[in-house]
Design a protein around this ligand. Structure first.
Ligand SMILES: Cc1cc2nc3c(=O)[nH]c(=O)nc-3n(C[C@H](O)[C@H](O)[C@H](O)COP(=O)(O)O)c2cc1C
Length: 306
């Protein structure tokens, strides 16, 4: 039997396999992107970048727990100009790289897009969905059809790159929100950002562990929620979906694809299975596909809806 073909086409971006590094993991430098590329990832997203540099929340910002991770990093990043410098010569990275751009008002997003315009990113992701950073995402009211529409339209006017809109799993009508993004010019939906916020308390210290007290839930606890979000969005829009949330095995990735995903984010899973998780997932996908007579990813996209 021939080896299954894992290549996927995401808005014209050719990926050697459907795994994608989500924003916030290892995407802070060109050398780290090259490390994930060597470990078999299909594409990677950089850590979110704002126009001005940001320190983010104070430590502790990340705490693992039995079903994943709670984080409130607070979008620490070196700002748009430094990011443009770091990611100049992106042709030295062998995989497609997605820029993740944040702001408060539509103009803030536009300023970051302008600053990065000479950089060879393959797409722009707009995370309008962070649950724990004042001034951004849900704490700036960006999870509504109106604000999503305004931000996507503003970015659409200044960039020809594919635009991915990253949604929150907290939105009950996630299909309608995805539709608003599609109507405003989005080319794909990333589903999802972290769930929550949640809280973990250190009972000896008698206070919440995270300095920001609350944070977003990622990893295994998020997976069934992310899966349902991908399923709902697939019924609402025609644009592709990047299914993200708790994926750490080939079976999970295939589940996401059957729910409707064209590509699959793998973030917190890196802590569980190591940086070569991308190679492991691809091998597991190939084995399952061979055993079940699937030759391509595209034969499996959305088949859980039939
Ligand atoms: C430590 C940490 C930092 C993150 N930083 C960002 C970020 O800067 N921008 C963003 O859009 N999402 C960020 N996320 C959310 C992830 O990109 C992803 O949507 C989420 O973790 C669910 O996927 P996973 O379960 O595979 O980790 C972060 C998540 C974690 C755990």
């Amino acid at each position: 039997m021939t080896t299954p073909n894992l290549t996927t086409d995401l808005c014209g971006i050719k990926m050697s396999n459907p795994t994608i590094l989500p924003s916030g993991f290892l995407g802070t430098s060109k050398s780290l992107l090259n490390r994930v590329a060597e470990n078999g990832v299909g594409a990677a997203t950089i850590k979110s970048v704002s126009f001005e540099a940001r320190e983010g929340h104070k430590n502790p910002t990340v705490i693992p727990f039995e079903a994943g991770m709670l984080n409130a990093v607070g979008y620490s990043n070196p700002g748009a100009e430094e990011t443009a410098r770091e990611f100049s010569n992106l042709q030295e990275v062998s995989i497609p790289v997605v820029a993740s751009i944040i702001g408060t008002e539509p103009d803030d997003f536009v300023r970051v897009v302008d600053t990065l315009s000479e950089t060879r990113f393959s797409a722009i992701e707009l995370p309008l969905s962070c649950p724990h950073t004042p001034g951004f995402g849900l704490l700036a009211g960006q999870g509504t059809p109106e604000s999503t529409g305004k931000i996507v339209s503003a970015v659409r006017k200044v960039s020809r790159l594919p635009i991915f809109v990253k949604l929150s799993p907290n939105i009950p009508e996630i299909g309608s929100l995805a539709k608003a993004a599609e109507n405003a010019g989005a080319d794909a939906i990333t589903a999802v950002n972290t769930l929550g916020p949640g809280m973990i308390i250190n009972i000896e210290a008698r206070k919440p562990i995270l300095s920001f007290k609350v944070g977003g839930v990622s990893g295994p606890a998020l997976r069934p929620v992310a899966m349902r979000c991908v399923y709902d969005i697939y019924e609402s829009v025609k644009i592709p979906i990047i299914g993200t949330g708790g994926v750490s095995t080939g079976r999970h990735a295939i589940e996401m694809i059957m729910a409707g995903a064209t590509a699959v984010g793998v973030g917190t899973g890196i802590y569980e299975r190591g940086i070569d998780i991308f190679k492991k997932i691809c091998r597991e996908m190939e084995m399952w596909m061979s055993e079940n007579n699937y030759n391509t990813i595209h034969e499996m996209i959305g088949i859980a809806h039939e």
